[in-house]
Design a protein around this ligand. Structure first.
Ligand code: PHE
Length: 364
């Protein structure tokens, strides 16, 4: 193999000599460094040693790096020439390293191919199969249920405007949810959606009834994380708008869903509630899947667990998106996926599903 040029470019050297004289410290330092490094590269017998040389000379704390860093302290007229000289040295060293590395790694590969043998009697490594995160598993199951009933999946955006998160959802200007303490505002008008109900408006704006969608996704609220709150969690929104849709339809769909999710003997109940975008509004409880209604720690002795909010789409909301509320009615529901997953699996700390701890994930 042709030996590489190991001294500086003649021209640079001449200029340097003229500027600083033959024996300036820098010329000497660089010359010595180049010679020493070249000798080391020549004698290196394997790629590991070569890597060590690379780090020691060109690495962050390498000797040449140190010299290059010192260039900034030179006088203005000295710096360009000295810089060129130091760079010549760096390029030469890099070229030599690369050439030697290629040769050594070829040799190493040849040696391995010659001497390494495969021991076919060795036991195989354990094969660890990844699993679906419990939140995703419950999401998939829920989506499959609603799709089976003819719902379409319509994901919506996480960054929204005040209009979609509040105004179009008939939320009064002084509603407490509009407060920065409850909602993450990006600007005065742009926010991280605090509910998937925003998707209702986006869908109704672009589609005419019959509408039958679910809209799963992440929502954000400026809550401090603790055992029962996380600043981000997942919801599934449902919306049906058609002629003759009643609260009975809502109840039937939610009851089948609760039975599908927990067990066949699950019952649900509606409690009157308030949401600006539904009228009437309800909160929906399921009979406790752990004790089947007799009262336990999970349902705090009541036999019931709240699973979602729902109601008939408020006329004002329909009007706002240009749907004739004398012809069409609709229902909507919104549930916390994290909460439902926690109920199913007995997860007592809302933060845990976000932590990615394999000891937790392995249990599912
Ligand atoms: N968006 C409501 C919430 O986040 C839930 C809801 C959705 C209620 C749809 C009624 C209808 O609490």
């Amino acid at each position: 193999m042709k030996k590489t040029q190991t001294s500086f470019n003649i021209e640079t050297r001449e200029i340097f000599k003229r500027l600083f004289g033959e024996n300036t410290m820098l010329t000497e330092q660089l010359n010595r460094l180049l010679n020493d490094t070249t000798a080391l590269i020549d004698s290196a017998g394997d790629t590991k040693t070569l890597y060590g040389i690379r780090v020691a000379v060109l690495g962050k704390n390498g000797s040449l790096t140190g010299i290059l860093r010192g260039l900034k302290d030179l006088k203005n007229e000295e710096r360009p020439v000295a810089g060129k000289l130091a760079n010549d040295v760096r390029e030469t060293i890099e070229r030599e390293l690369a050439q030697k590395e290629e040769r050594l790694s070829d040799e190493e590969m040849e040696r391995r191919l010659l001497y390494e043998k495969v021991d076919l009697t060795l036991d195989k490594k354990p094969f660890i199969v990844g699993k679906i995160h419990p939140l995703n598993a419950v999401l998939k199951k829920s989506v499959a249920f609603f799709v089976g009933l003819g719902f379409r999946v319509e994901e919506s955006r996480e960054i929204e405007t005040v209009y979609y998160n509040f105004d179009a959802l008939n939320t009064a200007p002084d509603h407490p949810a509009r407060d920065a303490q409850d909602t993450f505002f990006i600007t005065q008008d742009i926010l991280l959606r605090s509910q998937t109900s925003t998707g209702q408006i986006r869908v109704m704006e672009k589609t005419r009834p019959p509408i039958r969608i679910i809209s799963p996704g992440r929502v954000y609220r400026s809550d401090e994380a603790d055992a029962t709150h996380t600043p981000c969690f997942n919801q599934i929104e449902g919306l049906v708008v058609d002629k003759g849709v009643t609260m009975c339809d809502l109840k039937a769909v939610l009851e089948s869903y609760a039975k599908f999710l927990f067990s066949d003997c699950t019952k649900i109940r509606f409690r009157p509630s308030y949401f600006p975008f539904t009228e009437p509004s309800v909160e929906v409880d399921a009979s406790c899947p752990a004790c089947h209604g007799s009262g336990c720690r999970i349902c705090k002795g009541t036999g019931w667990i709240e699973i979602l909010g729902a109601g008939m789409v408020n006329r004002n909301v329909l009007k706002g998106v240009g749907i004739d509320s004398d012809v069409y009615t609709g229902y909507a529901f919104g549930m916390g996926l994290n909460r439902i997953t926690a109920i199913i699996h007995g997860i007592t700390d809302a933060r845990v599903p976000f932590e990615g701890d394999v000891r937790f994930l392995k249990q599912f």
